[in-house]
Design a protein around this ligand. Sequence first.
Ligand code: HEM
Length: 438
Amino acid sequence: MADGLTDVLADKKALARRRAYEAPLATLNPAWASAFRDDAHWPYFERLRAEDPVHWTPDSNYGAFWSVTKFNDIMAIDTNHQVFSSAKGIGLSPKPGVLPPEAYRERETREGDVGDDANSFINMDPPGHDIQRKTVSPAVAPARLMEMGPVIRERAGLILDALPIGEPFDWVDLVSKELTTMTLATLFDFPFEERRKLTMWSDTMTTAPGHGPWTTYEERRQLLADCRAYFIRLWNERVNARPAGDLISMLAHGADTRGASMDQYFSNVTLLIIGGNDTTRNTISGSVFALNRYPGEYDKLRANPALVPSMVSETIRWQTPLAHMARVASQDFEFKGRRIREGDRVVMWYVSGNRDDEVIADPYNYIIDRPSPRHHLSFGFGIHRCVGNRLAELQLTIIWEEILKRFPEIRLLEEPRRSYSIFIKGYEQMQVVIPRRN
Ligand code: HEM
């Protein structure tokens, strides 16, 4: 699979390694979207885990922040919501002056101190968080997943049967986006023929200008206004209908959410769109990439399809579709000999913890039959642990069971194009060919 881009990436990775090790530790900053795009972020985290596992970056495009890079330390922060609050944003935001002024206007309403009235529950602490989470959890609870399984399987089959044979195509577009969008449309009971709107809105929310469906902030604002208007229309329809099992109906009728402002409702919709789309999509693409990178593992899988569930968990660890989550300290706190001050932002780099060899043996390698494959950080821990984790695993398991029934190989043709983001760790495009059917 060596191609021009692979060579360019090799040079960029070598340069990133030099930079990561030559930079003075006191000012080392691991948050570079370009490094994530070039798959060149690893040395920064390798160095931090070894030399400064709870690390202070005094200044960066995202301001000042702590980086927590080892598995057990990340778990300690993630499970301590009393000290590490989600209410002031759960990511790194560009500091003033880095983006054009219009970019901050929308951000202010999304991430500022707007109070719980306009926040989704991922951006809340207890008790508000727990109440809202309880309202939506039945939509992804085991009983509901049992019902959804056959629907997802049928749709996965339709997607795979329509793929071209012997001709190159973009796996991200034709499979990863399509399957996750279909599932999300099912969860929302969203008009099925318009489901690609969900993909477009999700991409609008998570991409940088020029890396998705928008280039100017005005375009972005308009797309998000369309999304909001569409979902408010669905709320109005469902609130006047009988309660049903879809997420919108659950929010519109739930005792604790039916009185929500439209800002808060839309924040929760946004959370579910992003949560349910990008992450699973990038794991589906990541599985194809990893199995091509590790052909011996692909052989193991073909020989023994019973390995699909553990391959799925290994892919979720290896890919780490969300590179980090952040918290803000609500009080001064002594942690691993460092003094975290009230108001400091603390980033839990899941992408690094999942490569910590004190907890995971041989962590850089993709091993589909490793013991305890679910022991990873990709879904977080504590009260915010991913509510959709079983649904994500279900989709991945089904698509691979169906792939193995149909195709002996999905062959990667060139280096994929990765996302330009320090948060979403994924793929914009991945050219593959399916040489033949079984
Ligand atoms: C492989 C796929 C997925 C990954 C890697 C992933 C990852 C995550 C992570 C890291 C968190 C935050 C955990 C923390 O702060 O401790 C989270 C929360 C969340 N995820 Fe997922 N997710 C995935 C799939 C999904 C799906 C399919 C849904 C759709 C239902 C979903 C919905 C959510 C929601 C609603 C939250 C907020 C939970 C809370 O704040 O209590 N996720 N996810």
